[in-house]
Design a protein. Structure first.
Length: 174
């Protein structure tokens, strides 16, 4: 974690990202989730239909966050505990990252790295020992962020484990 910012509000190109915990049904969260779904349609030809229940992101089992530049919602990120994956893969107290997204007009400012650091910090504070995630091979920028942040490839898990483009990663939280 030494190479990622520690405070929730971090200056990035002289702009601070303010991160707030919100319910997944918050209007800003819903708008950004719809934007990321449209991104998935353009990339994969369809929406992500991974089962997501709103309660997955209610404390203490998880948290959902929206990042703001001023008053504009520009990023999302969430985590949820996944004891089922931990038991299956032998991973100790995993929290899974979900819905990491930065709107295109705000990309390239380090906001995804800031959100990732925030997710790791809050999951660790809640008792997670490992962060895990599922993404797809076409998401080259996301994979680059995760590998540069110390994530390593693990066995496929999750809703798309059968897909040849499925890529799963993990990182101990220390």
């Amino acid at each position: 974690m030494s190479n990622v910012p520690s405070p929730a509000a971090v200056a990035s190109h002289e702009v601070a990202l303010r991160i707030e915990r919100v319910a997944i049904d918050h209007p800003d969260a819903q708008r950004l989730i719809e934007e990321v779904q449209q991104f998935y349609v353009s990339l994969y030809g369809g929406r992500d239909d991974s089962p997501i229940e709103p309660g997955y992101f209610d404390p203490p089992m998880g948290s959902f966050f929206v990042g703001y530049l001023g008053d504009e919602a520009v990023a999302t990120g969430a985590w949820r505990f996944r004891p089922d994956v931990g038991a299956e893969l032998g991973i100790e107290v995993p929290a899974e990252i979900k819905r990491m997204y930065v709107v295109p007009r705000a990309q390239g400012r380090g906001l995804a790295r800031t959100m990732l650091a925030h997710l790791e910090r809050t999951a660790r504070a809640a008792g997670a020992r490992t962060m895990i995630l599922e993404t797809g091979a076409p998401q080259v920028a996301a994979i680059g962020l995760y590998t540069a942040s110390g994530y390593e490839r693990i066995e496929s898990f999750g809703h798309y484990r059968w897909s040849d483009t499925n890529r799963c990663f993990a990182r101990p939280l220390g």
